[in-house]
Design a protein around this ligand. Structure first.
Ligand SMILES: Nc1nc2c(ncn2[C@@H]2O[C@H](COP(=O)(O)OP(=O)(O)OP(=O)(O)O)[C@@H](O)[C@H]2O)c(=O)[nH]1
Ligand SMILES: [Mg+2]
Length: 302
């Protein structure tokens, strides 16, 4: 996870530690860092921002001893990343679920995102996470579009004992979601997780459908599930979805398989949306509610 980005940052602090660098050499090293960041999927504008912050910070500090230099650089890098990635307050989300439950209202999470990003897997992982925190859920299969989607979700969810509400292919996904909400109300189930079909910004009909699902279900939270493996495109895709449907939180899936790491930084910085979870594997428990901590750790910064 994130070996590319980790190496890029490590090589800067390594250089500063082992050689006396002139102002010009430092500039060159920062240029190198810029290219390495971009190579590792950091969007150009984000790489520029990272460089700017690091430069400013470097200028501010007077490094007392040569051997301390790497620590100083590490802490500057850490501070820079820290300022770019925002965690969601998961406790607030759980609190809302509890409050709604006391009022007899199920909390609705609507999951959206591009094709194959990890939505269905993430929905089941989150059902599991919520169960561990004392909340049962109903999963609505509002993907009535992709062949095999209903069977996939049912198989995955029912293997772990989660309740799935589904209809037939071609059914109105908004109606499936409403069905699930009614069942939750009738059975006092505190959470409804609505899994939807993958779509892209060129699928106009599917985008309208997504808006309809939102309008009809009035979700408490719209969660965008992004795929960290699509690299540079991840941030752009997330922005588009936010424009169309309005996104509250981001879950970034497949970080375990991402050898570069830049898309996590870019998506966080460019959208400015908090990361609710990250997906770190294909198993049901491979979900972390501490994205920033995990990212800093993968970069060797904590
Ligand atoms: N390594 C890894 N694989 C993941 C993760 N999350 C999902 N996947 C895999 O990614 C693939 C696609 O996952 P799905 O959950 O079906 O994605 P989706 O967004 O529902 O796909 P569509 O419904 O077709 O749009 C599957 O093979 C998952 O096992 C993750 O965090 N890590
Ligand atoms: Mg799916």
């Amino acid at each position: 996870m994130f070996e590319g980005l980790k190496k890029a940052f490590a090589s800067l602090s390594e250089k500063v530690k082992t050689t006396t660098l002139s102002e010009k050499e430092i500039e060159e090293e920062l240029d190198n860092l810029f290219y390495r960041l971009v190579e590792n999927d950091v969007a150009v504008e984000v790489a520029e921002e990272v460089l700017k912050v690091i430069k400013d910070e470097l200028r501010k500090v007077r490094i007392p001893r040569f051997s301390d230099a790497a620590d100083v650089v590490d802490s500057i890098i850490k501070k820079t990343i820290d300022g770019m990635v925002m965690d969601a307050d998961i406790k607030e989300v759980l609190k809302r679920v509890g409050e709604n439950m006391r009022r007899g209202k199920p909390t609705v999470f609507l999951f959206v995102g591009p094709n194959g990003s990890g939505k269905t897997t993430t929905v089941v992982k989150i059902a599991n996470y919520l169960k561990k925190h004392g909340f049962s859920s109903i999963i609505a299969c509002a993907d009535t579009f992709r062949a095999g989607a209903i069977e996939q979700l049912k198989q995955l969810a029912e293997r772990h004992g989660f309740w799935v509400v589904s209809q037939h292919y071609g059914a109105d996904p908004a109606a499936v979601a409403v069905d699930a909400i009614r069942s939750a109300e009738a059975n006092k189930i505190p959470v409804v997780l609505v899994d939807t079909a993958g779509r892209t910004e060129v699928d106009k009909a599917l985008l309208q459908e997504m808006n309809k699902i939102k309008r009809v279900t009035q979700p408490d939270f719209v969660i965008y599930v992004g795929d960290s493996l699509v690299g540079n495109a991840a941030a752009e895709q997330a922005l588009k979805f936010n424009e169309y449907v309005g996104v509250d939180y981001i879950v970034l899936a497949k970080l375990d398989a991402d050898a570069k790491g830049g898309s996590a930084l870019s998506i966080a910085k460019i959208t400015g949306k908090p990361l609710l979870f990250i997906g770190i594997g294909q198993e049901i428990s491979d979900l972390s509610d501490k994205p920033k901590e995990k990212i800093l750790h993968a970069l060797g910064l904590n």
